[in-house]
Design a binder for this molecule. Structure first.
Ligand SMILES: Cc1cc2nc3c(=O)[nH]c(=O)nc-3n(C[C@H](O)[C@H](O)[C@H](O)COP(=O)(O)OP(=O)(O)OC[C@H]3O[C@@H](n4cnc5c(N)ncnc54)[C@H](O)[C@@H]3O)c2cc1C
Length: 484
C-alpha cells in the first residue's frame, strides 16, 4: 500500500500498517520527512523546529513503539515541563503556569490577585469533561455507525449537557473567572487548534487539562525527534521512502483505487492513505472524482507568521514557552477570523529550544521561534503584513523585556501562510485543517476513509479528529484500525 506524505500522521500510519504486516511505500514531495514538523538550521549555529513546539500526550508516540514490541525510550525520550509557560500580560503582570494545578492556582492568586479556588475548580472540571468525551470524539471514527452504538459512547453523549459545556469557550471562561487576564489566558487554548475563543464551543475548554492534568512535554533534541524516531522505526519494518517524489494523481477504476502516478512512474496500489491535506488531495490528485464540497468548504483554521531569529544574548527571564499577550484579545481574533488580516497589537509566542537543548544555539546566544497567529492565506498582501507584524512584535517584546531585539538578531528567516502552503500543501497554509469555530465542526471534518472510493483513506491534521500532533497520531491509529 502507499502513503502520500511523510508528515507525523503519515509516518505513524506507515509504521502501524507495516507492523500489521502490510508492505508500505511512502511518497513524499519534499526532500525529507516531518512535513510541518521539519527542522532546519540558520548560519551561525542556530537549529530550529519549523512548526510545532508544544507537545502533549507523548504516550500516543510510546503506543506506536509498544505496538511494534519496542521499548519507547530506546527511540524517543521526553521530559515533563515545569513551568509549562511564562505569561506576560499587557498591563505588565507576569506569571508562570506550573504543571501542578495547586501551585499554578497559588501563582495566579499571588500574581493576579484572582482566587486560587476558581482555577483549581476550573481545571478539575476541564479534566472531567476530557475524561468523559476524549475516548468518543478523538479515538474513534465519528463516521461509522458502530461508534454510536457502544455503551461508553452513548454515556459520553448523555454526559455532555451536565458538563457546563454549552456556549462558547470565551463565555465559559468569562463565567468561571472575574479577572479578564485569566479569561485571556484560558481563551488562548482555542489557538491550540487554530480556532477563535469567541466562536469555538466551550467543549474546547478541556484543552488546558492536557497540560495541567496530564502534562506538557519536551522531546529530547526537540520536536523533530518525534518524526525522526518514527522514521527510524518505519525503516526497521521495511517501509520504503520515496523522497522528492510528489504524487500527481491517485488512479481509480470504477469505485476502486488502483494506484498512483508521479513524474517518475505509475505504481499499482489497491490501498492508498493520503496524509496530504484533504482539499488538495481532491482538487489536485482526484480531479475527475466528485468531491465532498460541503466538507471541503468548512472554514479553515488560523495560520501563523513565524520569525526565526538567532539572538546574540541570553534572557534568563524566559523559558521554553513564553507568551506576550496583546491588550485586546477580542480585536485580535476579529482581525484574524472576520477581517482576515493581522491586528496592530498582537499576542507574541516565543519558543526557545536552546533553554532545553543548549546545542541549538552558540554559547551565550538563543534560538528564538517567534510566532503570531494570523488568518490563512486568501491572497492578502503578506509582504506588507509581515513588515507590519515584525514591527509590532519588536515593540511588544521591547515593552515586556526592556530590550531592543533588532540589533541582537544575527540570523533570520520568515515563514508565512503562503510559504506554509507551498512547503506542505496545506490548503491556505492553515495550521490545523478546518477550524473548530462551530459546535458541529467535529462532525463536519472529513472522515478517515472515502465514502465513494474503495481503498482510499485519509490521515493528518485536515481530517478527523483534527490538527495538532496528538490528533494527527490518533488519525493514523483510526486509519490503521479501519484497514486492519
Ligand atoms: C508554525 C506551526 C506551529 C504549530 N504548533 C503546533 C504545536 O505547538 N503543537 C501541535 O501539536 N501542533 C502544532 N502545529 C500543527 C502540527 O504541526 C500539525 O497538525 C501536524 O504536524 C500536521 O501533520 P500532518 O501529518 O497532518 O501533515 P503535514 O505535516 O502537513 O505533512 C504532510 C506531508 O505531505 C507531503 N505532501 C503533500 N502533498 C504531497 C504529494 N502530492 N505527494 C507527496 N507528498 C505530499 C508534504 O510535503 C508534507 O511532508 C503547528 C504547525 C505549524 C505550521
Amino acid at each position: 500500500m502507499a502513503v502520500i506524505g511523510a508528515g507525523v500522521a503519515g509516518l505513524a500510519a506507515a509504521v502501524r500498517l507495516a507492523v500489521a504486516g502490510h508492505p508500505v511505500t511512502v511518497f513524499e514531495a519534499g526532500p525529507s520527512f516531518g512535513g510541518k514538523m521539519h527542522q532546519f538550521s540558520l548560519p551561525g549555529g542556530y537549529r530550529f523546529d519549523a512548526g510545532p513546539s508544544l507537545f502533549t500526550l507523548p504516550q500516543l508516540v510510546d503506543d506506536i513503539f509498544r505496538l511494534a514490541h519496542r521499548t519507547p525510550a530506546d527511540y524517543f525520550r521526553y521530559e515533563r515541563l515545569d513551568p509549562i509557560t511564562n505569561y506576560f500580560f499587557a498591563d505588565g503582570a507576569r506569571l508562570s503556569a506550573w504543571a501542578d494545578a495547586d501551585r499554578f492556582a497559588a501563582e495566579v492568586q499571588a500574581k493576579l490577585g484572582a482566587p486560587a479556588a476558581a482555577v483549581t475548580r476550573f481545571l478539575a472540571r476541564s479534566g472531567r469533561a476530557y475524561d468523559a468525551t476524549a475516548g468518543t470524539f478523538l479515538h474513534k471514527s465519528l463516521h461509522k455507525i458502530g461508534t454510536y452504538l457502544s455503551p461508553d459512547v452513548l454515556g459520553a453523549l448523555a454526559a455532555l449537557p451536565g458538563l457546563g459545556l454549552l456556549g462558547t469557550m470565551h463565555q465559559r471562561h468569562a463565567k468561571a473567572f472575574a479577572d479578564p487576564r485569566l479569561v485571556q489566558l484560558f481563551d488562548r487554548y482555542a489557538t491550540y487548534n487554530g480556532s477563535d475563543p469567541y466562536q469555538a464551543p466551550a467543549t474546547l475548554s478541556m484543552i488546558p487539562h492536557l497540560e495541567h492534568g496530564i502534562g506538557a512535554f519536551y522531546p529530547a533534541g526537540g520536536i523533530h525527534a518525534i518524526a525522526a524516531s518514527l522514521h527510524r522505526l518505519a525503516g526497521e519494518f521495511g517501509v520504503t521512502f520515496r523522497f522528492d517524489e510528489p504524487v500527481e494523481e491517485i488512479l481509480v477504476a470504477g469505485r476502486h483505487v488502483t494506484g498512483l502516478r508521479t513524474a517518475l512512474d505509475i505504481y499499482d496500489f489497491g490501498l492508498v492513505v493520503s496524509n496530504m491535506d484533504v482539499v488538495p488531495t481532491y482538487r489536485r490528485l482526484l480531479p475527475a472524482q466528485p468531491a465532498p464540497e460541503r466538507t471541503l468548504a468548512q472554514p479553515r483554521s488560523s495560520s501563523a507568521l513565524i520569525f526565526y531569529w538567532g539572538i546574540a544574548r541570553e534572557f534568563p527571564e524566559l523559558d521554553l514557552h513564553n507568551i506576550f499577550f496583546s491588550a485586546d484579545y477580542r480585536q485580535e481574533f476579529r482581525a484574524i477570523f472576520e477581517d482576515k488580516t493581522v491586528a496592530d497589537d498582537v499576542t507574541v509566542y516565543v519558543n526557545i529550544t536552546a533553554k532545553k537543548t543548549p546545542a541549538d544555539a552558540p554559547a551565550g546566544h538563543e534560538n528564538w521561534f517567534v510566532m503570531v497567529n494570523v488568518p490563512h492565506d486568501e491572497g492578502q498582501d503578506w509582504e506588507e503584513l509581515t513588515r507590519k507584524t515584525r514591527r509590532a512584535v519588536l515593540a511588544r517584546l521591547r515593552r515586556a523585556l526592556g530590550a531592543d531585539l533588532e540589533p541582537l538578531i544575527r540570523a533570520e528567516k520568515t515563514w508565512t501562510p503562503p510559504g506554509i502552503a507551498a512547503d506542505t500543501s496545506s490548503f491556505g497554509g492553515a495550521l490545523y485543517g478546518s477550524s473548530s469555530n462551530n459546535p458541529l465542526a467535529a462532525f463536519l471534518r472529513h472522515p478517515n476513509f472515502s465514502g465513494r472510493l474503495d481503498g482510499l483513506y485519509f490521515c493528518g491534521g485536515s481530517v478527523h479528529p483534527g490538527g495538532g500532533i496528538p490528533l494527527c497520531l490518533l488519525s493514523a491509529k483510526i486509519v490503521a484500525e479501519l484497514i486492519g
